[in-house]
Design a protein around this ligand. Structure first.
Ligand code: ADP
Length: 371
């Protein structure tokens, strides 16, 4: 995509003069300008916003990026790219501004908006949430821990026995405080992701054993749902952050339970896909399903199905956002199929990456093989 014309603000935005007629890739390369996603991943040159709109003929709206200028400063921007299928706007512009434009060529209007002030406000808000949740964490863990100990000691019979009503209350306290503790962890994770401070600690892990362990833990929380695990693999060793993948599995299984209030079967399948060197998971339930209108945005923050709100099932709408982030950071993908009133199936994949890791700057060198 080459530049047809730009206003004066463009030079300030890029920190360099982009001459008319120069392709964008060449301009960026010449000045060492880099583009990043908000979470700090470098944007491939074949995914430039204007080129994307040009290729698809569809507008690309509200895309958030960060520009690293030639002097190293970073500018967060919101980008809109609107392709013109008819060039009706152009005849009204002075001739010298639209030099020799072949009529068949598509023109894209790209608007970059400096969102530094908004990002700063967002950063302060995230910092506040992060501080508040950090501070909440300790007292919460203490309350939850003591409730736990009280129940255990009373059950051992060495101390005073608890009456039934007392035991029930302490049990409630314990559950509520663990629930709060996991909510604060979820919020902390989201603020870490937003601030680009999310690190994976990959270790060689047997996915089959990990999955069995998570299923066992989750099965222990319900007797109205039957969790079954289908796999022909005895083991599957991969380089993953096992805590984070456990978090994803727990989240998807807890959702399958939470959103199947009538109970029912939940099937977990794990396969190794030899051609793509991937581990593929499928988690299927026969629960409430997800309304069509919410499906397109379900991996966004705070997005929840209308049906679950109506049913009064509580949640934050942050779990799937984190799941996607975690899976994509591992180089995998997550998706789902769902029909309201019939059930949902979540799919995710993980590359079967073997233990060859050298950190070189920001580049991670990985060897992929399926053995
Ligand atoms: P939460 O469960 O805290 O609301 P999530 O991000 O985990 O947050 O899920 C977002 C929404 O996706 C849920 O509120 C629910 O509407 C929908 N959802 C997720 N999993 C399922 C499922 N297995 N069945 C039906 N709806 C689901």
């Amino acid at each position: 995509m080459r530049l047809l014309m730009a206003n004066d603000a463009a030079a300030v935005l890029w920190g360099a003069e982009w001459p008319r007629g120069q392709p964008q890739e060449e301009f960026l390369h010449q000045h060492g300008i880099l583009l990043f996603t908000p979470t700090g991943q470098p944007l491939p040159l074949d995914d430039l916003t204007g080129s994307r709109a040009m290729a698809s003929g569809e507008p690309v709206l509200y895309r958030q990026l960060v520009i690293r200028r030639p002097d190293g400063t970073r500018l967060p921007v919101m980008v809109d790219a609107i392709p013109f299928t008819s060039l009706s706007l152009l005849p009204r512009l002075p001739q010298e501004m639209t030099p020799a434009l072949p009529s068949a060529e598509r023109v894209v209007l790209v608007v970059y908006q400096d969102v530094s002030a908004l990002k700063e406000a967002e950063r302060l808000k995230d910092q506040f949430i992060s501080l508040a949740t950090h501070e909440l964490r300790t007292p919460l863990t203490i309350v939850a821990g003591y409730a736990d100990r009280l129940l255990i000691r009373a059950a051992r019979g060495k101390e005073h026995e608890l009456d039934d009503w007392q035991r029930e209350m302490v049990q409630e306290m314990k559950q509520a405080s663990w629930h709060l503790a996991s909510l604060t962890e979820e919020l902390l994770d989201v603020t870490r992701v937003q601030a680009g401070q999310f690190q994976l600690e990959r270790r060689s892990t047997d996915l089959v054993a990990l999955t069995r362990q998570v299923i066992e833990q989750i099965q222990a929380t319900t007797d109205r749902h039957q969790l079954t695990f289908h796999t022909s693999l005895a083991q599957l060793w991969v380089m993953i952050d096992s805590c984070r993948i456990e978090q994803v599995l727990s989240n998807l299984l807890s959702n399958a339970i939470k959103y199947s209030p009538e109970g029912g079967p939940i099937e977990i399948t794990l396969k190794e896909h030899a051609e793509t060197h991937e581990a593929r998971f499928r988690i299927r339930d026969q629960g409430m399903g997800i309304p069509r209108v919410q499906q397109a945005h379900l991996f966004g923050r705070f997005v929840r199905g209308e049906n679950v709100r109506v049913a009064g099932i509580r949640g934050t709408g942050l779990g799937l956002y984190l799941c996607r982030e975690l899976i994509e950071r591992h180089g995998g993908q997550i998706s789902f199929e769902s029909e309201e009133g019939v059930g949902s199936t979540f799919f995710f994949s993980l590359p079967c990456t073997k233990a060859v890791y050298q950190e070189k700057g920001n580049t991670l060198h990985e060897r992929t093989d399926s053995a």
